[in-house]
Design a protein around this ligand. Structure first.
Ligand SMILES: NC(=O)c1ccc[n+]([C@@H]2O[C@H](COP(=O)([O-])OP(=O)(O)OC[C@H]3O[C@@H](n4cnc5c(N)ncnc54)[C@H](O)[C@@H]3O)[C@@H](O)[C@H]2O)c1
Length: 261
């Protein structure tokens, strides 16, 4: 067998359909592009019609298949409408939860509404989206894969992002819980735990002082680039490559989580 054929057999996603929630963001759009390049049909879910259309255009220009859908995942009705729409057109095999928002400050200054919002967009939305999509992802040919995007702040927590960190710790726990409950329905559930990648949600948080602290604690002494997540996303999505992998938290962080001081 040729090397190309062996790679395609292991990692090819032709015939698979993926929904990327937050697919309009910096990391989410990269997940959409890399899954499409591996052959998946991609549904880009986000709040911005324009950004969704841009990601679809980029994918189509490379010969991939994509469609953008507008939905706010803090709204149950919009999530249920999205799931029904995709179910009616064949359902999905791969779901990535990559919507998120961050907010920094001292614990004493967090308002009730800010705290609630951090849990809402970073944790409750994952609960809501998984609940809506699990029925159509159950017992599919070749199984199905849910990939939740956690964060290095999920534990031990980072300073100044208490709400975000608590929510992402919840994402890790929910990932492991769902892996247990959904294994016999043929759905694998894993989380990717990225270190630090420049994006919209953390732009204001990456001050020069904080950047220095992060780099001091990162053995590779640099931030990541979104394409450095491609390998782990394709691996976790591809049933031949990761068919016995569920309930794992995969760190992609230049060694950040391996260090204490
Ligand atoms: N960039 C990093 O360093 C980093 C590190 C660890 C984890 N993460 C996580 O990766 C994921 C992607 O973040 P990113 O860094 O690409 O940031 P980003 O701000 O570029 O993308 C976040 C996306 O989520 C979407 N979103 C926010 N609220 C939404 C809602 N209510 N409904 C639908 N979509 C909504 C935004 O529109 C945006 O497209 C997030 O879960 C984030 O917490 C990022």
């Amino acid at each position: 067998m040729s090397a190309q054929r062996a790679l395609t057999d292991l990692f090819g996603l032709t015939g698979r359909r993926a929904a990327i929630v937050g697919g309009t963001g910096v990391l989410g759009s990269q997940f959409a592009r890399c899954l499409a390049s591996a052959g998946a049909e991609v549904i880009v879910v986000g709040r911005s019609r324009g950004r969704g259309a841009t990601v679809v255009h980029e994918i189509e220009e490379q010969g991939g298949r994509a469609r953008a859908v507008v939905a706010d995942v803090t709204k149950r009705m919009e999530v249920e409408r999205l799931a029904a729409d995709l179910d009616g057109t064949g359902g999905i095999d791969i779901l990535i939860n990559a919507a998120g928002e961050n907010s920094g400050g001292s614990f004493a200054d967090i308002s009730e509404s800010r705290w609630a919002h951090m849990l809402e967009i970073n944790l409750n939305a994952v609960f809501r989206v998984c609940q809506a999509f699990i029925p159509q992802m159950s017992n599919r040919d070749g199984g199905a894969s849910i990939i939740n995007i956690s964060s290095a702040s999920s534990g031990p927590p980072l300073s100044r992002v208490a709400g975000y960190a608590a929510a992402k710790a919840g994402v890790n726990n929910l990932t492991q819980y769902l892996a247990g409950e959904l294994a016999t329905a043929g759905i694998r559930v894993n989380a990717v735990v990225p270190g630090f990648f420049p994006a919209e949600q953390n732009r204001a948080l990456l001050t020069p002082e904080r950047m220095e602290a992060i780099l001091d604690h990162t053995p590779m002494r640099r931030l990541g680039t979104p394409a450095e997540l491609d390998g782990v996303i394709i691996w976790l999505a591809a049933p031949r490559a990761s068919g016995f992998v569920t309930g794992t938290l995969v760190h992609v962080d230049g060694g950040f989580s391996a260090m204490s001081i």
